[in-house]
Design a binder for this molecule. Sequence first.
Ligand code: PAF
Length: 281
Amino acid sequence: MQIIHPISGMQRTADALRASGRRIGFVPTMGYLHEGHASLIRHARKQSNEVIVSIFVNPAQFGPGEDYQAYPRDLDRDLRLIRETGGDIVFIPSAEEMYPPGFATSVHVEGLTEGLCGASRPGHFRGVTTVVAKLLTAVKPHLAVFGQKDAQQALVIRRMVRDLNLDAEVLIAPTVREPDGLAMSSRNIYLSPEERIEAGGLYQALRLARKMVQAGEREAPKIIQKMRDLLSERPSARIDYISIVDTQGLKPMDRLTGEVLVAVAVRFGRARLIDNVILNL
Ligand code: PAF
C-alpha cells in the first residue's frame, strides 16, 4: 500500500493510473476509520481497479467552538484498516498545502445547504464542498463513494459534481449500524456508556417514523412529534432537529408523498450525531 502526501505526487500518480487504463475509486475520509468506512472502501473496490482513500481532518468544515482540535485521530490504526480492507493508496495531504497562505477560493452549493445541518452548522457545507472539490482534483477518481448517513452531504456533493462538470461518478453507500441500530460514526467515541445506550434512540426514532408511514400516517408534524417524544425519554438527548424533507430539494414537507428523507441530529453529551432513513410512499 502506497502513502502519498504531496498534492502534486497524488496528481502524477492519478495521471499515470488513468493513462494505464486503471479505474480509480476514491473514498475521502477524515480518519479515525470504522466499519462504515471499510464498507465504503469495499464499495469502491467492487467498481474500480485502484482504491484511493484520503485522510484529512478538514479545518474548513468545523465552525468556531466545534470539535476540530478534539476530533479523534489514529493514523496507525487507520492505515491498518485500509490495508486490511483492500485500499491501494492512502493520500494524506497537509493542512498547509491544502490551505496555503492567501487561500481565497471556496465552492458553495446554494439551496440544498440551507436546511438540516446547514441551518445549525453555518459554513459547514462550504468547507465540505471546497475540500471535496480539491480532493477530487488531486485524486482524479472515476468514482467517489460517500455514506448515506451523511445524506445531505452526499446530495450536496452530487449536485456540486454535476454543476461543475467534475469528471467523477458519485456513489452513495448504505449506512453501517451497530447491533442496536446506532449508525457508525467516528464521533461515537465521545459517548459515555450511558449516552451510548441512549444514542440507540436515534435509530429507534427513525424506525418509529417508518412504522407510522407503513401504518398509513402521512402528516409530517405528527410523525415528528412522536419521534420527539421518544427521544425526549432519553435524559441525555438534546434534539438539534428532526425533519422530514423531499429528497430532491431537501425542503420540509407537511404531507408526505414520493420519496422522503427523515433526518435527525441529536446531541448526546459532547457528541452531535446524525442519522436518517429514506422512505418511499
Ligand atoms: O464525511 C466526511 O468524512 C467529510 O465530510 C469528508 C467528505 C471527508 C470531507 O472532509
